[in-house]
Design a protein around this ligand. Structure first.
Ligand code: ZN
Length: 153
């Protein structure tokens, strides 16, 4: 495994739409493992593949050490509610802003074995799912911020 360099701010990789993973090869598994290592190394709760310069639909999430979730080709299939909460992003260090997101979402994806999985999340987990899936579409959270806040640390 290896820690990869996180693309930041104006890097064009962050604006790139990621393509669907057609086949889960050993290379895809290596990318997922590197993404997880990179996320933990930087104390993040989620990371999308284009944040390390790979335009493929791959996401890793671990909210408050609840366990690593790997998502391949994730899609939001249901969303409900709305709430504004603070969020940040490893690609925009030092920036915190309030973003309005659904407070409950259901996501369908593939796991590393290629099995279809369905993940339901609310609160911070739902927020992370939406934030990371936005990345795969070349969208970044600063475009959605309704008010910028002082970083807490
Ligand atoms: Zn992000």
């Amino acid at each position: 495994m290896a820690i990869r360099i996180i693309r930041k701010k104006e890097d064009p990789a962050l604006r790139q739409r990621c393509s669907e993973v057609k086949e889960i090869t050993p290379q895809i598994i290596t990318i997922l493992e590197d993404m997880a290592e990179t996320m933990y190394h930087n104390d993040g709760v989620g990371l999308a593949a284009n944040q390390v310069g790979i335009p493929k639909q791959l996401v890793v999430i671990d909210i408050l050490d609840q366990g690593l979730l790997e998502l391949i080709n994730p899609k939001i299939v249901e969303a409900e509610g709305k709430e504004a909460e603070a969020e940040g992003c490893l690609s925009f260090p030092g920036i915190v802003g309030e973003v309005v997101r659904a407070n409950k979402v259901t996501v369908e994806a593939l796991n590393r074995e290629g099995k279809k999985i369905r993940v339901q999340g609310s609160g911070l987990f739902a927020r992370a799912l939406q934030h990371e899936i936005d990345h795969l579409e070349g969208k970044v959270f600063i475009d959605k911020v309704v008010s910028f806040l002082e970083p807490s640390d």
